[in-house]
Write a protein that binds this ligand. Sequence first.
Ligand SMILES: NC(=O)C1=CN([C@@H]2O[C@H](COP(=O)(O)OP(=O)(O)OC[C@H]3O[C@@H](n4cnc5c(N)ncnc54)[C@H](OP(=O)(O)O)[C@@H]3O)[C@@H](O)[C@H]2O)C=CC1
Ligand SMILES: CC1=C(/C=C/C(C)=C/C=C/C(C)=C/C=O)C(C)(C)CCC1
Length: 349
Amino acid sequence: MLSPHCDTRQLPGEGQLIPWCQHSPGLDPMAPKTVLITGCSSGIGLALAVKMARDKQKRFKVIATMRNLAKRGSLEVAAGAALHKTLEIRQLDVCDERSIRSCITGIPNRHVDILINNAGVGMIGPIECQTIEEMKGVMETNFFGVVRMIKEVLPDMKKRRSGHIVVISSVMGLQGIMFNDIYTASKFAVEGFCESLVIQALKFNVFVSLIEPGPVVTEFEMKVYEDAENSDYSMADPETADMFTNLYLKNSKAIFSSLGQTPNEIAEVKELVGVICAAKPPFRHQTNAVYTPMTALKHADPTGALMTDTFYKMVFKYDTLMHVSLKAIKLIRWQARKMKQGVKMLGFK
Ligand SMILES: NC(=O)C1=CN([C@@H]2O[C@H](COP(=O)(O)OP(=O)(O)OC[C@H]3O[C@@H](n4cnc5c(N)ncnc54)[C@H](OP(=O)(O)O)[C@@H]3O)[C@@H](O)[C@H]2O)C=CC1
Ligand SMILES: CC1=C(/C=C/C(C)=C/C=C/C(C)=C/C=O)C(C)(C)CCC1
């Protein structure tokens, strides 16, 4: 019989049911795993921290970190009874090595089973209007933030011959989107770094997984739109400035409203928690099946022509058709959600 901490869910692409506790052979399978998550003041980090801390099988002890502890209120409320039981809140700024070291050193035996690199910032707009310092800021958080965290925990994981490093990347880690040049570059950097590291890590029984969400409705979206509203576009030529404000922003809002997932959907069992608990965690996992055909364009044609032609036409030629399709997708997803709610209310799983 399996222990109560073993999970036999069948994950997509897996042919057999495997108990998750085989993930760390040699360790007490009953002991909860210590999970450290960065950027838990809002959005995906907060949702995931709560989901894991409130796990019915009590498989996790969550160290939910944030750079500014004054923002802990929402997490404390959402965690409810899990606070100080299966969830602790700690300060950690991924741009500050001392803050990282002090947080990790404060954990008994520096023992982190699962590291979830979630902290990140967005940046949109024409590059003519962004300073190199601002661009470096995005790389500092999204790329070097991940590198700093992994450098701190990997040696311990290697010694223990066990561990899982999860990185919240993005579909923009796979494919560029206009006016997201620097953000995309930061996520490509993360993907390249992890793709190189994964093989060496595997030799030490340490898994690396990249999670690639499409648009998720969080403060991330609000922050980039707010920045966009307050930015000065006089450094860009009028055609580029107009393309960004009147074409990109309009299209992006439509994409978020039709394809956007909620942070809770990302944290849901078959998404992040499913990947984390898999016996053999996948290296890459996209969370939004509706968005996946878009990223597939790149792999279908290595010359890049299929992807660039399609995106060019979507933006500049078939704008109206794209909006009609997005509205149809929004309606279908709304109906699917309602049906799911109805099924839940009737008491079916
Ligand atoms: N929303 C989306 O559409 C998508 C988001 N992602 C990725 O998901 C991750 C989470 O974003 P999301 O939840 O959407 O956005 P949120 O803005 O809601 O959350 C981002 C979190 O990162 C934190 N953070 C930023 N800088 C630092 C830092 N230096 N040190 C520690 N924490 C920091 C923020 O803290 P603070 O409150 O202090 O700013 C916040 O807690 C990011 O990596 C993002 O790139 C990927 C695909 C899509
Ligand atoms: C797909 C697509 C578009 C926009 C996609 C967006 C806006 C994706 C956002 C993803 C996010 C926010 C990821 C975060 O990491 C355009 C350019 C409007 C038109 C062409 C096709």
